[in-house]
Design a protein around this ligand. Structure first.
Ligand SMILES: Cc1cc2nc3c(=O)[nH]c(=O)nc-3n(C[C@H](O)[C@H](O)[C@H](O)COP(=O)(O)O)c2cc1C
Length: 196
C-alpha cells in the first residue's frame, strides 16, 4: 500500500512537516509492504484552484493531484492559522477531484502555538474528510510549541501517539474494502460562466 503524507505548511523546518514525517516513518516500519511519500507543500508551486476540471491543471499542480488520486491512504498535517487550517492546505482540498479520497483512510495531525485550537481537527479537518467520503482514523494528533525543542519533536507522548496514528492508518486500510464501504460522492459540476 502507498501512504501519501501532506505537510500543509510553507515554513522551512516546519513542525507540521516533522510530525507528518514521523507518523509516516512509523507506518512504514509497521509492515514491509508499506511505501510512503511525503508531500511538502513548500516544494510545490501550486496554482490556486480556479474551478476548472482538475484533470486540466499542469506542472506541479497536476503532479500533486495525481499523487493524491493514486494514494491508498493519507496522513495530512496542517499548521493552525487563525483557528483553522492553512490556506495552502485548503487549496489542495479545493484542487483535487471530488472522488479522489472516497473510501480512503486518513489520519489527521495539526500543530499550533498552544493548545487553544486543538479542536480545529474536529471542526475544520474532519468535515473535509466527510465531504470526500473518506474514513478518518480515531486518534488524531495535535502538537504545540512546547512539544518541540531546538527544532526537534521531543515530547514522548506525542511521539507515541504519532506511532499509533501511523500504525492505525495501515491497519484500517488493510481491514477495509474501500470499494464496498465508500459511498459515492455526488458529482458537482465545475463550470465557469466563461465556458458557456
Ligand atoms: C498566520 C499565523 C496564524 C497562526 N494562528 C494560530 C492560531 O490561531 N492558533 C494557534 O494555536 N497557533 C497559531 N499560529 C502558530 C502556528 O500554528 C504554530 O507555530 C504551528 O506549529 C506552525 O506550524 P509549522 O511550523 O508547521 O509552520 C499561527 C501562526 C501563523 C504564522
Amino acid at each position: 500500500m502507498k501512504i501519501v503524507g501532506i505537510s500543509g505548511s510553507l515554513t522551512p523546518r516546519s513542525k507540521t512537516f516533522i510530525t507528518v514525517e514521523k507518523a509516516l516513518n512509523f507506518a512504514e516500519k509497521s509492515e514491509h509492504n508499506v511505501e510512503t511519500e511525503l508531500i511538502n507543500l513548500r516544494d510545490y508551486h501550486l496554482q490556486f484552484c480556479d474551478g476548472r476540471d482538475p484533470s486540466t491543471y499542469e506542472g506541479d499542480t497536476k503532479q500533486l493531484i495525481d499523487k493524491i488520486v493514486e494514494a491508498d491512504a493519507l496522513i495530512v498535517g496542517s499548521p493552525i492559522y487563525r483557528g483553522s487550517i492553512s490556506g495552502a492546505l485548503k487549496n489542495v482540498f479545493d484542487l483535487i477531484p471530488n472522488d479522489s479520497l472516497r473510501g480512503k483512510v486518513i489520519g489527521f495531525i495539526a500543530t499550533g502555538g498552544t493548545y487553544h485550537h486543538y479542536l480545529a481537527i474536529e471542526h475544520q479537518l474532519k468535515p473535509l474528510a466527510g465531504y470526500f467520503k473518506a474514513h478518518v482514523i480515531p486518534g488524531n494528533v495535535y502538537a504545540h510549541n512546547q512539544h518541540f525543542e531546538n527544532k526537534q519533536l521531543v515530547d514522548k507522548e506525542i511521539i507515541t501517539r504519532l506511532k499509533e496514528l501511523g500504525e492505525t492508518v495501515v491497519t484500517f486500510h488493510d481491514r477495509l474494502n474501500r470499494e464496498a464501504v465508500g459511498a459515492h460522492q455526488p458529482s458537482i459540476p465545475r463550470k465557469s460562466l466563461l465556458d458557456s
